[in-house]
Structure formats: structure tokens, C-alpha cells
Design a protein around this ligand. Structure first.
Ligand code: SF4
Length: 209
């Protein structure tokens, strides 16, 4: 769940003093996805790049540790916080333990974020590295793939270091961000964050009721 009060209180940036945002590199068009693509286009994230009131730092943690293209990977036995605590593992599709590499990637991403003094991270949801609201529970290619509420490893470490994270699917939060970086932006009042959409409320009904 995103912290909208934080977004409401964000300062109003200018071109001379832009808002410092960390983005999953693939959301910013870098072809760092597992298959060497940018994982599709997400207009909600690409829009951020249009403003001179924003300074975007792009980083792909999986590319940092595993290169591109690479296998897919998922978290088994918990979420990204559990991986950081040694209680869950990141496994590649072929079953190789990528936990250490993913933790190294998380540490590097966090170092980049702190070095650039970022004020917000906008990350690709559902990724074992960058997911912040929803991730897979175990292998995404299992016959009955499952999702869980939780963060990927890199998003989890960013959060632990006090960096606020939203995803490209948190449309209500993004509306607040657009309003900060563009004084002319007309807020869409019916926009919803990922945890507010019908699929989320239905899929996780047992957990959130
Ligand atoms: S690790 Fe993050 S930045 Fe890299 S491709 Fe996956 S979601 Fe995108």
C-alpha cells in the first residue's frame, strides 16, 4: 500500500531544483528485461520522463547482477524482506539460487538511490526485484501460478532505508506525483492504486478482509 500522505507533502520542484526520482530502468525504456526488451511500455511511467521538473535515475538491479538477457526469477518461501533476512530464496527458472546476487543488486540499487539523494522510487510491480505491491509466490510458470502481497528484494531494501516506493500501477499516487511536477496537471479523481482495484481486492480477499 502506498503512502499517499508522503506524496501530498512532497515539495513542489522546479527545473532548477527538480524532484529526484529513481525508476526501474525498464520503465524508462531501457532494454534490460529478462528477454532483452523493456518489458513493454507503461505510459504511466514514461509520462514522468517528459518533465524538466524531474531528474530521473534509471537502474536495473537484475541487469547489474545477472546481465541481460537472463533467466526469469521468483521468490520462494516469502517476500523480498524475507530474502534479505535469509528466510526465503530467489530462484531462477532453472532452479539456480540467485539470492546472493539479488541481495547484492539490492545493495547497489540502494547505494545509487542514496548517492543521488532520491525522494521517491517508481518501480515495476510484480518483479522479484522491483515489485512493491504484488509479487509472485514461487515460480510464475508453475501450473497454478500464485501471487502474494509483498515487495521484491530491491524494493524491500529501499523501503528499509526509508525510501518511498510506488509502482507504475499506483495510478492514484501517480496522479499526486504528476500534480507536483506539473502545475497544469488536471487530477483524475477516480484513479486507483494497485491495492484498490477489483482484481486485487478479489484475489487477496481472505488476507485483507
Ligand atoms: S529488475 Fe527491475 S528494472 Fe530490471 S527489468 Fe526487472 S523490473 Fe525492470
Amino acid at each position: 500500500m502506498t503512502d499517499r500522505s508522503y506524496l501530498q507533502q512532497l515539495r513542489t520542484p522546479t527545473a532548477a531544483d527538480p524532484l529526484r526520482i529513481l525508476m526501474s530502468a525498464c520503465l524508462a525504456g531501457v532494454t534490460c528485461g529478462f528477454d532483452g526488451t523493456a518489458n513493454g511500455e507503461y505510459p504511466s511511467a514514461l509520462k514522468i520522463l517528459q518533465y524538466n521538473t524531474v531528474r530521473v535515475t534509471r537502474f536495473c538491479p537484475e541487469d547489474f547482477s545477472f546481465g541481460s538477457p537472463r533467466e526469469m526469477c521468483d521468490i520462494h518461501g516469502g517476500d523480498g524482506f524475507a530474502v534479505l533476512d535469509g528466510k526465503a530464496k530467489v530462484l531462477s527458472d532453472s532452479g539456480v539460487d540467485w539470492s546472493a546476487g539479488m541481495i547484492a543488486a539490492a545493495e547497489e540499487m540502494t547505494a545509487v538511490a542514496l548517492r543521488n539523494n532520491v525522494e521517491l522510487a517508481v518501480l515495476m510491480d510484480v518483479s522479484a526485484a522491483c515489485g512493491s505491491q504484488v509479487i509472485y509466490e514461487g515460480n510464475r510458470f508453475a501450473p497454478e501460478k500464485k501471487y502474494q502481497i509483498g515487495a521484491g528484494v530491491c524494493a524491500a531494501l529501499l523501503m528499509r532505508k526509508g525510501i518511498k516506493v510506488i509502482s507504475q500501477r499506483d495510478y492514484a499516487s501517480l496522479e499526486l506525483l504528476y500534480a507536483k511536477i506539473d502545475p497544469a496537471h488536471q487530477m483524475k479523481q477516480d484513479a486507483k492504486d494497485h491495492h484498490e482495484i477489483d482484481w486485487y481486492k478479489s484475489y487477496f480477499a481472505a488476507q485483507i478482509s
